[in-house]
Design a protein around this ligand. Structure first.
Ligand code: FMN
Length: 154
């Protein structure tokens, strides 16, 4: 899967001081009608009990200038929970989850279903609201490193 280039998202869960979340590349569109997405979450992650409790989350698709936030939510340096929200600006969306100001796109989701298979749970999120940062470029991940989009084919 190192060969599969992907966009980088931060999934935010919970409210206030109990917030946590994780960095994810396993994010995909499920359907446009009705708007829904899929996120694959390791059930050993601290975010899994929070998702079960709150039954909502924001998918923050990162812009190329937000790599620091990706590192924080991947738990780099042992950073946990609310501390992962440092160094960035957030706003609360209707579900109560936090949307990242300046993200390429924020999808505010209600958990429709969680299907646990093997080490992960497939979260189906029903999209309640969308916020977009026009003309920003995505942060990508490929072969174990963050990348930037550099070109456009003819
Ligand atoms: C680029 C990247 C992509 C990741 N994608 C996923 C993912 O799709 N699903 C997942 O559960 N964890 C993924 N992780 C790992 C989580 O971000 C990390 O395990 C989590 O934040 C730490 O869990 P903790 O809250 O238990 O400390 C990814 C990490 C990185 C650096």
């Amino acid at each position: 899967m190192r060969h599969l280039a992907g966009a980088v998202s931060v999934i935010t869960v919970g409210r206030g001081a109990t917030r946590t979340g994780f960095t994810a590349t396993s994010v995909s569109s499920l359907s446009a009608d009705s708007p829904s997405i899929i996120v694959s979450l390791n059930t050993s992650s601290s975010s899994w009990p929070a998702v079960q409790r709150h039954r909502s989350f924001c998918v923050n698709i990162l812009a190329e200038d937000q790599q620091g936030t990706a590192d924080n939510f991947a738990g780099r340096g042992g950073i946990k929970g609310l501390d992962r929200y440092q160094d960035a600006e957030w706003r609360e969306f209707a579900t109560g989850a936090s949307g990242l100001v300046g993200a390429l796109t924020v999808l505010d989701c209600v958990l429709e279903e969680a299907i646990t298979r093997h080490s992960h749970s497939i979260l189906i999120g029903s999209v309640q609201a969308v916020a977009i940062r026009p003309e920003a470029k995505p942060l990508l991940y490929w072969h174990g490193a963050y990348r930037h989009l550099s070109d456009r084919t003819a």
